[in-house]
Write a protein that binds this ligand. Structure first.
Ligand code: SF4
Length: 335
């Protein structure tokens, strides 16, 4: 089995809430609350959850684009959050990010060749000619016409702009890429083109991905394993096919039930969650999902379930996992 490239241990990211004339801290938004995960070399780990669950914050903390309140992140054995600025700058060559909004993340005043070539200019001693050659190579690699490198990002379509973002992210031949909602803003047909491109590059370059999306349907094709987050907590982790076939956590089951079936004649047993996602500034006691869970019992509101392995390759944070002896039974739900 491949070694772990990314090791996230008990990461917390709290944002203080200030109030009053003295700007006192009166509480914290617990965006990420004690999350651990590992990503193996060459693997794609899909991370999903509703908006505001902390998945993007976790991605940024892993890359140290944001500091951690507690916990550690190791990439290739090095503790990212204890590196000096100089060491971090060097390490940035190995870890990159692709953003959701390709237009917002590309400098509109830069020509495409400058957008893609900028990391090479900053991190390498390549000459202008060498950078131009590499830009041509990168544009070919991501399926863009290199003769258009003297144009501006706004002259490209949404899908093409995302390809520009990808070319920029792989310019320094990184080991690890966080794709943060990288296809969420694209049409469905363009989404699959970009996902196929990422898979092709992964094969050719041996990349490791953390692929963040809000829907389980988007991550299935690309992910080897999937993690599901709810209100700052990881609630389930598993091998992709096993998790989609048999979700253990009621929240995962609800997300899966919301994916439309390919055939309109097929019955869709949708689990409709009650209420809204509670505030991460004041999360519910015990299991954070108990206010919306159709299987919640008294224990759920009092005792926080820990993420633990209940079968090989499957972890869940639930007192009554679905399909496990003594656990929840989906067929007993009134639909
Ligand atoms: Fe539902 Fe209880 Fe499991 Fe939480 S611990 S997901 S409330 S059954």
């Amino acid at each position: 089995m491949a070694k772990n490239l990314v090791e996230v241990n008990n990461i917390k990211k709290y944002f203080p809430i200030h109030k009053g004339l003295l700007n006192r801290v009166v509480g914290n938004v617990k965006a990420v609350d004690d999350v651990s995960l590992t990503i193996r070399e060459g693997e794609t780990f899909g991370l999903v959850g509703e908006s505001g669950c902390g998945k993007s914050t976790l991605g940024r903390v892993i890359l140290r684009l944001q500091s951690a309140t507690e916990g550690s992140v190791k990439i290739n054995g090095r503790d990212v959050h204890s590196l000096s600025n100089r060491e971090l700058n060097k390490m940035r060559e190995e870890m990159q990010i692709i953003f959701q909004d390709p237009f917002g993340s590309l400098n509109p005043r830069f020509l495409v060749k400058d957008v893609i070539g900028e990391p090479l200019k900053i991190h390498t001693k390549m000459s202008a000619k060498e950078i131009d050659n590499r830009v041509v190579e990168l544009m070919n690699l991501v399926g863009l016409d290199p003769t258009r490198r003297n144009r501006y990002p706004h002259e490209f379509s949404g899908g093409q702009r995302q390809r520009i973002g990808i070319a920029r992210a792989i310019a320094l031949k990184p080991k690890f890429i966080v794709a943060d909602e990288a296809v969420s803003a694209l049409d469905v047909s363009v989404q699959s083109q970009v996902i196929n491109l990422l898979m092709k590059l992964q094969k050719e370059m041996g990349l490791t991905f953390l692929f963040i999306a809000h829907g389980l349907n988007v991550v299935r094709h690309i992910s080897d394993r999937v993690g599901v987050m709810y209100l700052g907590k990881m609630v389930e982790v598993g091998e992709t096919e096993s998790l989609y076939a048999n979700p253990l956590h009621p929240y995962t089951a609800a997300l899966l039930s919301a994916i439309p079936k390919p055939s309109p004649t097929k019955k869709r047993n949708r689990i409709v969650l009650q209420g809204d996602v509670p505030s991460p500034a004041n999360p519910p006691s015990g299991c954070r999902f108990h206010t919306r869970c159709p299987f919640a019992s008294e224990k759920c509101s009092k005792v926080e379930p820990k993420l633990q392995e209940v079968m090989p390759g499957r972890q869940v944070a639930c007192h009554f996992p679905i399909g496990v002896e003594g656990g929840s039974d989906l067929s007993k739900l009134n639909r």
